[in-house]
Design a binder for this molecule. Structure first.
Ligand code: 4AZ
Length: 415
């Protein structure tokens, strides 16, 4: 038997390797990268729900409960279908009265899908519509719907994104799951915490702050100790301080009337900052949701604290936004003798770990402590306020309790 000459063998082997590489490359491209997000607007009319002022606000209990019901049903519709892999999520963006008499509410829902360029988009759109229509016709759980008024239309990516950017508490969806875990934290990705702002005194970072609308930030009162002149301050947005995604001058600083400006005081450590002009919401700049005054965040609730503060007690501020997971510690425990020995008041909330290691630190002050609800919308639980150094055993971070000051915020801002 005559064997091939070695150079021919080598050439064939090389050819096979190149061919495999090409196939793998194409597969990876088509499976992973050749995908576009498609947006749809759906409108469902419910006929057993009266419209009331509570449904005007995305953060009211009525809005959240109804939206959870709708989103769960829409998600189940697609999870049980051939579109399972292509469905991303749905989000109720608005409720409105339908104009006729009776207990009728229209819910406007944005749906997101991942389609590939080789997909037959028209056929997929039909499938989306017929699956939803079938769901509306049969049942939507306890929700009575009127199938004759159901509508679905594809919408431009810009419109879909615009609607999500204007919702509160939405992180950017291209991110992986929220498993990423300030002192003991990790660097944040762009768009991960889009409500985070940096407050700067004559151009240098002093405090964190949180966007609650396109013109208002909430922060800690102690950030302005001896520096109450708005003209000396700016706010920057984006995950890095230098260069920022956006920058604004400050028009007005409102410090809580009962905040006593002395270094040993931590009560009423809250302030509102009005920007000189509104920011434009993008995938990287958005507002957080404010909880209702009556909302309760139980002991051990998982939260994230974010900021550009020091990575250790008395350390330097950093340029990349840091994030760390901390858990709410109930006031009974936080007031124990070996912890803060009774100094935690109803306007404060503790978060962190009694064993230490993960915590907010100097420079994180004024920044957000947030938690996600079941719809993956993020709520402002606390404002970084104080603590005995950083990440020490039995000395968790202490935050201004946002629910306690919810009505004060509404009085000052109308939000
Ligand atoms: C500060 O000095 C500070 N460990 C902020 C937060 C904490 C401690 C100190 C919490 O701004």
């Amino acid at each position: 038997m005559k064997l091939l000459e070695p150079w021919k063998l080598a050439l064939i082997a090389l050819g096979i390797v190149l061919f495999m590489a090409l196939v793998i490359g194409l597969l990876v491209y088509f499976l992973l990268f050749d995908k576009e997000i498609y947006f749809y607007n759906a409108a469902f009319t419910f006929t057993n729900i009266p419209y009331g002022p509570d449904l005007e606000k995305q953060t009211s209990k009525q809005f959240r409960d109804l939206s959870t019901g709708i989103e769960t049903l829409v998600t189940r519709t697609f999870r049980d279908s051939s579109l399972d892999k292509k469905y991303i999520r749905s989000h109720v963006v608005k409720m409105r009265p339908d104009g006729s008499n009776g207990p009728r509410v229209v819910a406007e829902v944005v749906l997101m899908f991942h389609f590939a360029s080789r997909d037959n988009i028209a056929a997929l759109s039909e499938r989306v519509k017929s699956l939803l229509f079938r769901q509306v016709q049969t049942t939507m759980g306890y929700l009575a719907t009127d199938p004759s008024t159901f509508t679905l239309s594809e919408t431009k990516k810009e419109n879909g994104e615009h609607m999500l950017n204007n919702c509160c508490g939405m992180r950017t969806s291209k991110l992986p799951a929220y498993t990423d875990r300030v002192t003991g934290g990790t660097s944040a990705q762009d768009g991960a915490w889009p409500w985070q702002a940096s407050l700067q005194l004559r151009g240098s970072h002093r405090c964190g702050a949180t966007l609650i609308s396109n013109t208002w930030l909430v922060t800690a009162a102690h950030c302005f100790r001896g520096q109450r002149d708005p003209s000396q301050w700016t706010a920057s947005f984006g995950t890095v301080i230098q260069p920022p995604k956006s920058l604004r001058y400050i028009h007005n600083i409102i410090i809580h009337e009962q905040y006593a400006d002395n270094p040993s005081n931590h009560n009423n450590d809250i302030a509102l900052v009005q920007l000189s002009s509104p920011v434009e919401f993008t995938s990287e700049i958005r507002k957080v949701c404010l909880p209702e005054a009556s909302q309760v965040f139980p002991h051990n609730t998982s939260c994230f604290v974010t900021g550009w503060g020091a990575l250790e007690d008395n350390g330097e501020c950093v340029n990349n936004l840091q994030q760390a997971e901390v858990r709410i510690i109930k006031t009974d425990i936080c007031n124990r003798e070996e912890v803060y020995n009774g100094v935690i008041t109803p306007g404060m909330v503790c978060a962190g770990y009694l064993e230490g290691k993960v915590d907010a630190c100097q420079g994180d002050s004024g920044g957000p402590l947030v938690t996600a609800d079941t719809r993956q919308m993020w709520y402002l639980v606390g404002i970084v306020s104080w603590g005995d150094e950083c990440a020490k055993k039995n000395k968790p971070g202490v935050y201004t309790r946002v629910t306690y000051y919810r009505d004060w915020i509404a009085t000052k801002t109308g939000i």
